[in-house]
Design a protein around this ligand. Structure first.
Ligand code: TXA
Ligand code: MG
Length: 330
């Protein structure tokens, strides 16, 4: 059931406290929440999503002070990042307290924590007054949901409710930063670009592919964000654009090149004004294409830097390739 009123937030908070599953809006994507300190409740998240159990969850809090309910130590770097970016699309990995169940952390001695910047999420977390573990509210592997309708499509019959909160302002997941070492390390690009993090933590660095492969960011190993359609990443003006079968889709900052054979291959074209809009639209666009039975989606690449890093990361995963910067395909 989709619920919208303030009274509903109180209902949803009660369900969470009792161990139920509630999907809720955040500024990044919709999350699927459960009481983070109840192992049975958290296990139900994995079951509903079909999520591999070695992929740990982000714990969401409604007040800065709640960090100490979950983390046993908060380094200076983490404090500076929280002060600069919370509430907001930044998840911080910290040493965990031992009362955080293993099912949340995948058995690690660290836990990812985030305070989301969305009025409905904050109100829900504050009223529930418990830490809430929440991955994106999609079936495992599918594009993250950026509408309550997408949540219902994927999980409608498996959860207790969805809070309505409109379309998230960011559209891509939070940036994940590990603050457990001497130097903060970006494990996942997301809503807060590296350049902004650097203004606060000048020596922050991005995890290497080798580190990610070695399991430092468990989520990086799994299939993610993929629509049923085949996703292709193209550079502007790429000649291969013309080779697409009729009925393909295009999304990018420029118009697709005309194939010149008189027959346009494009069943669906979306030209976005900037990278922010591209990011906000991409997961919904994937889902719309699947609903319309489109088999091929062309995504124009964007300049490196800023939110472009997170967007390109999601596009590469959707295309099923982590290594090829330009055109990808079979
Ligand atoms: O924006 C977001 O982060 C959304 C909304 C709902 O908050 N949530 C989200 O959760 O994207 P999920 O489960 O789809 O992604 C969580 C990411 C994964 O890449 C996971 O590996 C990483 O965070 N993560 C969680 N706990 C970790 C830990 N202790 N150490 C390293 N990485 C961790
Ligand atoms: Mg996810």
């Amino acid at each position: 059931m989709v619920v919208t009123s303030t009274k509903d937030i109180e209902w949803a908070a009660r369900i969470l406290r009792r161990g139920g599953l509630i999907a809720f809006p955040t500024e990044t994507v919709y999350g699927l929440g459960a009481h983070a300190l109840l192992p049975e409740a958290v296990r139900a998240i994995f079951k509903a999503k079909g999520r591999p159990s070695d992929n740990p969850l982000i714990v969401h809090i409604g007040r800065r002070e709640d960090v100490s309910r979950i983390a046993r130590d908060v380094p200076e770097s983490a404090l500076r990042l929280m002060n600069a970016f919370w509430p907001g699309p930044l998840s911080i990995v910290l040493p965990r307290r031992w009362d955080v169940p293993d099912v949340v952390t995948g058995g690690r001695d660290t836990v990812a924590i985030r305070m989301p910047d969305h009025p409905v999420a904050l109100r829900l977390l504050q009223v529930a007054d418990v830490p809430v573990a929440a991955p994106s509210a999609n079936r495992s592997g599918a594009p993250s949901p950026t509408t309550s309708q997408a949540v219902l499509e994927d999980l409608g019959d498996r959860i207790d409710g969805v809070l309505e909160g409109g379309v998230p302002r960011v559209g891509l997941e939070s940036t994940v930063v590990d603050c457990t070492g001497i130097q903060p390390v970006v494990l996942r690009h997301g809503g807060i670009p590296l350049e902004e993090l650097r203004l606060v933590e000048p020596d922050i660095r991005v995890a290497t592919t080798a580190e990610l492969g070695a399991g430092r960011s468990p989520g990086a190993r799994h299939v993610h964000y993929r629509p049923r359609a085949r996703v292709w990443i193209v550079t502007p003006g790429d000649a291969a654009q013309g080779g697409m079968p009729p009925g393909s889709a295009w999304i990018g900052q420029s118009e697709p090149a005309d194939r010149g054979y008189g027959l346009t291959p494009w069943a669906k074209i979306e030209v976005v004004p900037d990278v922010e809009t591209y990011a906000r639209r991409i997961f919904a666009f994937f889902r719309e294409c699947d609903r319309e039975g489109i088999a091929h989606i062309h995504c124009e690449n964007v300049q490196p830097g800023g939110l472009g890093e997170a967007l390109m990361d999601r596009l590469r995963r959707a295309a099923g390739d982590d290594s090829i910067p330009g055109y990808t395909g079979p």
